[in-house]
Design a protein around this ligand. Structure first.
Ligand SMILES: Cc1cc2nc3c(=O)[nH]c(=O)nc-3n(C[C@H](O)[C@H](O)[C@H](O)COP(=O)(O)OP(=O)(O)OC[C@H]3O[C@@H](n4cnc5c(N)ncnc54)[C@H](O)[C@@H]3O)c2cc1C
Length: 414
């Protein structure tokens, strides 16, 4: 087993040989390539194309594509470990990488754990062959635009974007907001509702379709000048009678809805990015207080008891995040128990709010000079604020779910 000469963002653990190798790869890419470029994407609010070239060259676009299809065959937990390591060096790269990887993870390992009929399984296997080949052979990048500015992305209403069955495929109409990788992806893996004529739209009829970026009727619009995660370039997508062939179905009809119920851990995959950011804020603080930040005067601030206490508090919080994180990614499975589900929510909430809290403490502890734009801390602080806003598990909605699901068993009402 390769020995790691660093502590991974997820903490130390008895990693498998594959996990150690992938962590070493992600760490080296992040440290040697992504870290120095991160300020540029942030300043320009531009997409990290150069990082994607590196991910492609390293085979990491196919991280979760099964080995039988030419990918690296990483499982759920391994993906989250690699993603956290990338997030430590560039939040926007890790977050967009998540959108891409999920299109292979959900259709791969996760779909294997969703109940399907034999016919559905055969259809799914046939279609994902095509989609995996695009990633592995052509280096294709997938985005995951679900949000619409309605209750749909929160899982509380059917998606307003619709797909109507036509000869050989689907006709898509609607609009998505916050489409990370807009203008950079080769395929947009959208969630939409099957339009069955005059019937009432139903979330059970959610379709998961890959819309090729070159499709006629697909448009990208809107400004992108946000507080943080600026390199994600998450603009709006419009669909006007976009024809999508049958082969672009990423899951058989009705399976996405079942999948979301079977695999709550599928929504936890936004967390690793922010665990990476929490590590980065902590690492910077230690370096800064020791007077070891490259290019900065070697001023030590570590002798002040208040700094020592603050760093201890940050470490305690980080250890809590890492422990909870590792526990839930290692136990993730279809149809988790109630305790496992609650722990997943608790871990997601802790990471999303905790990352911002650690970044806040980092700035307070390091002081005024540390928040200058030439240093990474102020970017980490801004990026860390975004995690808790992401649907379907925003910090608010996690509290909402935990409270309700604790006090009400399934089917109970007042
Ligand atoms: C950097 C970044 C990148 C993103 N990338 C993507 C992407 O690639 N794909 C994608 O699909 N989305 C993406 N999103 C969007 C994200 O998942 C949310 O959809 C978006 O942040 C919601 O913003 P909103 O203002 O429209 O939320 P609103 O829907 O206005 O909700 C505001 C808040 O109210 C609460 N809320 C919402 N609905 C309910 C409800 N039914 N009941 C109770 N409370 C509710 C939530 O806490 C929510 O945060 C991205 C967001 C960010 C910040």
């Amino acid at each position: 087993m390769p020995t790691l000469d660093f502590t991974p963002a997820v903490g130390d653990h008895a990693f498998t040989p594959q996990q150690s190798e992938l962590l070493a790869l992600a760490h080296a890419l992040g440290r040697d390539r992504f870290a120095a470029r991160a300020a540029q994407w942030d300043e320009e609010a531009s997409f990290p194309f150069a990082n994607y070239e590196d991910l492609r060259a390293a085979g990491l676009l196919g991280l979760c594509v099964p080995r039988s299809h030419g990918g690296l065959g990483a499982d759920y937990a391994t993906y989250t470990m690699v993603a956290a390591e990338i997030g430590r060096f560039c939040g926007a790269t890790a977050l967009t990488y998540n959108m891409h990887i999920c299109s292979t993870l959900w259709t791969g390992v996760l779909a294997d754990g969703i109940a399907m009929t034999e016919a559905q399984r055969a259809e799914h296997n046939r279609r994902r062959d095509l989609h995996f080949a695009r990633v592995v052979k052509d280096g294709a990048v997938y985005a995951q635009p679900f949000s619409e500015g309605s209750a749909a992305a929160a899982g509380r209403a059917p998606f307003g974007t619709t797909a109507r069955k036509v000869e050989g495929g689907w006709l898509v109409n609607g609009r998505k907001i916050f489409a990370s990788l807009s203008g950079a992806a080769d395929y947009y893996g959208i969630l939409c509702t099957e339009d069955k004529g005059d019937e009432k739209p139903d979330a059970r009829d959610t379709l998961y379709l890959a819309v090729p970026a070159t499709s006629e009727g697909l448009s990208i619009s809107g400004d992108w000048n946000p507080l943080g995660m600026r390199g994600t370039v998450s603009r709006n997508l419009g669909f006007k009678d976009v024809f999508v062939s049958d082969d672009e179905q990423l899951m058989p009809r009705g399976i996405y809805f079942k999948g979301a119920q079977t695999w709550p851990a599928m929504f936890f995959t936004l967390s690793p990015t922010y665990l990476g950011i929490a590590n980065a804020a902590y690492d910077f603080t230690v370096q800064y207080l020791r007077g070891e930040v490259p290019g900065e005067p070697p001023v030590k601030r570590r002798m002040y008891p208040t700094k020592q206490i603050a760093v201890a508090q940050m470490r305690i919080q980080l250890e809590q995040l890492k422990s909870l994180f590792l526990r839930v990614v290692l136990e993730a499975r279809p149809d988790p128990s109630k305790d496992e589900r609650m722990r997943l929510y608790a871990a997601h909430y802790s990471v999303m709010e905790g990352a911002n809290d650690i970044a806040r403490l980092a700035i307070r502890t390091c002081g005024g000079q540390s928040m200058m734009k030439h240093l990474p801390l102020e970017r980490l602080y801004r990026d860390s604020r975004c995690g808790a806003l992401m649907l379907p598990w925003t910090a608010e909605l996690v509290l909402d779910r935990m409270g309700r699901e604790t006090l009400y068993e399934q089917g109970e009402k007042d």
